[in-house]
Design a protein around this ligand. Sequence first.
Ligand SMILES: Nc1nc2c(c(=O)[nH]1)N[C@H]1C(S)=C(S)[C@@H](COP(=O)(O)OP(=O)(O)OC[C@H]3O[C@@H](n4cnc5c(=O)[nH]c(N)nc54)[C@H](O)[C@@H]3O)O[C@H]1N2
Ligand SMILES: Nc1nc2c(c(=O)[nH]1)N[C@H]1C(S)=C(S)[C@@H](COP(=O)(O)OP(=O)(O)OC[C@H]3O[C@@H](n4cnc5c(=O)[nH]c(N)nc54)[C@H](O)[C@@H]3O)O[C@H]1N2
Ligand code: SF4
Ligand SMILES: [Mo]
Length: 710
Amino acid sequence: MSAATSTRPADATVGAVDTHCPYCALQCGMTLSPAGRASVRVRPRDPSAGGLCQKGWAAAALLGSPARLTTPLVRDGGALRPASWDEAVGLVARRIKEITADRGPDAVAVFGGGGLTNEKAYLLGKFARVALGTSQVDYNGRFCMSSAAAAAHRAFGLDRGLPFPLTDLEGADAVLLAGANPAETMPPFLSHLRRAMDAGGLIVVDPRRTPTAERAALHLAPVPGTDLALALGIFHAAVADGRLDHGFVGDRTTGFDEAWRVAAAWWPERVERVTGVAAADQRRAAAILAEAASAYVLTARGTEQHSTGVDTVGAWINLALALGLPGRRGSGWGCLTGQGNGQGGREHGQKADQLPGYRRIDDPTARAHVAGVWGVEPSALPGPGRSAFELLDALGTPDGPSALLVFASNPVVSAPHSARVADRLAALDLLVVADIVLSETARAADVVLPITQWAEEDGTLTNLEGRVLLRRRALAPPPGVRTDLEVLHDLAVRLGQPPERFPADPETVFTELRAASEGGPADYSGVTWDRLRAGERLHWPVPAGPAFRRPGHQGTPRLFLDRFAHPDGRARFAAVDHKGPAEPPDEEFPLYAITGRVLQHYQSGAQTRRVEELRAAVPEAYVEVHPDTAERAGLRDGAAAAVVGRRGRVLATVRCVPSMRPDVVFLPFHFPGAQRANLVTNPALDPVSRMPEFKVCAVRLSPAGEREAQ
Ligand SMILES: Nc1nc2c(c(=O)[nH]1)N[C@H]1C(S)=C(S)[C@@H](COP(=O)(O)OP(=O)(O)OC[C@H]3O[C@@H](n4cnc5c(=O)[nH]c(N)nc54)[C@H](O)[C@@H]3O)O[C@H]1N2
Ligand SMILES: Nc1nc2c(c(=O)[nH]1)N[C@H]1C(S)=C(S)[C@@H](COP(=O)(O)OP(=O)(O)OC[C@H]3O[C@@H](n4cnc5c(=O)[nH]c(N)nc54)[C@H](O)[C@@H]3O)O[C@H]1N2
Ligand code: SF4
Ligand SMILES: [Mo]
């Protein structure tokens, strides 16, 4: 048995512990008071910051749940049966050796997740590159904020979701939210927008009248997939109405003329014809932002998850630059990152094209630095590899991987064109899933490895404002489960790696991560667990110089105040034009299907569908539809509907919502089986970020029982 075996105290609890919520990127602080696994009291640490949402309050319910996995499972004669760790990990190691001997290291792929701590994301990327030697590693963050990240890199030379502290938003008089529904996806976040809401300065861009849009002074409801045109229209209106910040544009940016050349052709009346948003409302949006003393433009998945996501975010950034918002205290552009460690998870090397510290894997200097920390030759580092959907799509094909290790994602439910993805997984020689519950993806696995939960382990996460937070262990895990780090350690050793190269202790991993990130864009070298334990608020970069010789850097709450991160110090306008979605409606499929989230469920629902309080609140998939559209399809409120598209059909209960656009239906994506929204979604990819078009595809609606001529 390897050194990975836990030597934890037998006690079930360690008293009240300050930690953070296991779910979204807001990472609300919570205090856990465990009185045994089945009874862990959750309290918000900072009620003035908006408290917790319903998911946060209910987060501890899974700790003592019978639904969690507590023993490894191995497929045997078609079914999964319990196995020892030794058997399960031994089997995985043996199969990996056989497959790589036969087909080379790229035959084994790794799929990670933005919920993993920094330490796990870092060690997973290192495991892929060093222990497996594969280039085939990517993660679910590709499905999340990758378009915003690419657009921010292009505009500013650096991507950090919010380049300013979250609390700066409290001073805002105006905030434009493009494709964000924080009233359901981050409810406590709204507490930071109180002033903007009171000042009549909240603008929400969403085809649906969401609970967030209800709170807005101005709700712009574009035709799905036309945000780029809308952003160009508001940009146009700002310039035409004399609101351009000439000083800022001249001193701090490049590329205005090229961007304007495109936007000049998108006058508001033309934009109105494409987006359905009244020209007067476009002008009003420009006026609200320009006249506010403090204004922000924030984007989220609604505007980003498109095959034109990078250019669309680029268009929103153009608007912010024209008004002189970024790089100034009290204003700016930002992206609302989604997953618990969506930010840190994209910085430390589980992405196909990246190495730790947000370095590029094709940059020779970056390769040399990271290889030095890892004790390998730079030439031994493989990559870049395939992006998330391309990787899943290639599984089991002649040129693609024949083994996949999944850590912290449930792509059978959450990946686009999910029937295709399930087929590809079924074509593998080996599927290994490390999870806390038997997710839909785990059900398809050959080996399932049971993992500790958030309250049972230490680690760091980086929240949506780039601040590094400490997740604290509040109680011992049940017997039989291991941390992801312990699993990676054990597997690496069995694959012939020296044990010290894959430490299972998170603080030791973090110290190595500091060295690997040192000098990179996301420099964590000056962050220590001791500083985090002492309550310091550290936003990266926190440089400490070579080998940590200059400690004490206070971190960087606000980026870009003096210069942007491009070599010339200037932000870049993007010359972007509107294209529209890859699959617009037509006669056969006349409606737009858009997808997203509900308050009570998280992502693929693997966790929240197993929490009774949340499950009972929203037990199954539904489709939001305008009553007239429902009636035309022969449906009424509460009826069973089939949402039929080119790639499949989704079964969902009709919810008639009079505020819906008649040409749009909305599906939440949290449900499994025949209720998966992703049975219809279109895997058309953005050419730069490789983000799939989750947010728009063409469908028709019919009664569920009716035979479909497909
Ligand atoms: N309750 C809950 N909270 C979550 C999560 C969860 O699963 N559940 N997940 C977390 C994660 S990982 C993420 S990424 C965030 C996501 O947070 P959000 O981006 O706020 O959530 P979504 O519901 O995906 O999308 C937001 C809105 O986009 C709209 N939309 C759809 N198509 C378009 C379009 O073409 N244009 C525009 N402008 N809007 C469009 C939808 O109607 C939806 O209301 O939430 C985080 N928080
Ligand atoms: N149609 C549509 N599809 C979408 C989206 C959309 O808006 N519309 N949004 C996309 C977005 S933004 C995202 S982020 C993805 C998310 O989709 P997924 O990647 O499927 O995310 P989760 O459901 O959070 O899956 C995480 C899995 O890891 C497990 N887990 C939790 N913590 C740990 C841990 O520490 N270690 C391990 N090993 N396992 C753990 C959970 O039980 C769960 O099974 O979905 C994408 N899919
Ligand atoms: S808003 Fe996000 S971090 Fe806060 S309690 Fe809800 S799920 Fe947890
Ligand atoms: Mo996400």
